[in-house]
Ligand binder design. Structure first.
Ligand code: SF4
Length: 220
């Protein structure tokens, strides 16, 4: 029988246990972290977040009022910090000046409209937008990243040319629309991607090995 994405989730969850994402003290910290996390390691993001906290800057209005050069220096450890400072300022203009830094108001908006507003901000692509929606606002939208693509393509679940939206829809069609399930599965895919599904796959001991196309036919 063909495995479903729910089977993948169960196998990963059994192997790794709960991942407890996102490691942050507030939804706003998740939003900032999602922008800082673009093209860098999580350790670098943590250092930048810690600097913001030390200077008591991890607060929407204070960060919004900060000039872009000072903000860039504060997030220096996150890599491409001048670009990220401009992106954060653009996000803060939207979050604070347009929506009053009001999470409840954002949660009450239709999810697709909210997503489109985020995608309309310079420097916010689908992965960052979906990470903010899911991990900061608990909106059931699936986050796709390079680990997701690698795993899906290697398992023959998408074409090599699959787009972000095609992969996102694959998960959203196959799974109950539950933000805690989406939260956990994305975190588990990142984990298996770092441990096993690297540039060179280490399928031998991977918890998803049984779902590889060749392995499935051997079992049946
Ligand atoms: S390492 Fe191999 S078995 Fe594991 S997810 Fe990647 S392709 Fe699948």
């Amino acid at each position: 029988m063909k495995a479903s994405l729910l089977d993948y989730y169960r196998a990963l969850r059994k192997h790794y246990g709960p991942q407890n994402w996102w490691p942050a003290e507030s939804p706003f910290e998740v939003m900032v972290g999602a922008i800082l996390a673009q093209n860098t390691s999580w350790e670098n993001v943590e250092r930048a977040i810690a600097t913001l906290k030390v200077h008591d800057l991890l607060e929407p209005r204070r960060l919004h009022e900060l000039d872009v050069d000072t903000l860039a220096l504060a997030i220096r450890s996150s890599g491409t910090f001048r670009v990220k400072a401009r992106r954060l300022k653009e996000f803060l203009r939207w979050y604070v000046a347009v929506h009053g830094a009001d999470e409840a108001r954002l949660r009450a908006m239709p999810a697709e409209r909210l997503r489109q507003e985020l995608l309309g901000l310079r420097g916010i692509g689908p992965e960052t937008a979906d990470a903010i929606l899911l991990y900061a606002l608990n909106v059931p939208t699936f986050v796709v990243d390079r680990y997701t693509y690698r795993m899906l393509a290697r398992h023959g679940l998408v074409a090599d040319t699959a787009t972000y939206d095609e992969m996102k829809e694959l998960f959203e069609r196959a799974l109950p629309r539950d933000p805690s399930l989406f939260n956990e599965l994305h975190a588990l895919i990142v984990r298996v991607g770092k441990d096993y599904c690297r540039a060179t796959a280490r399928c031998e001991r991977c918890p998803l090995r049984r779902y590889l196309p060749g392995e499935r036919s051997r079992e049946s």
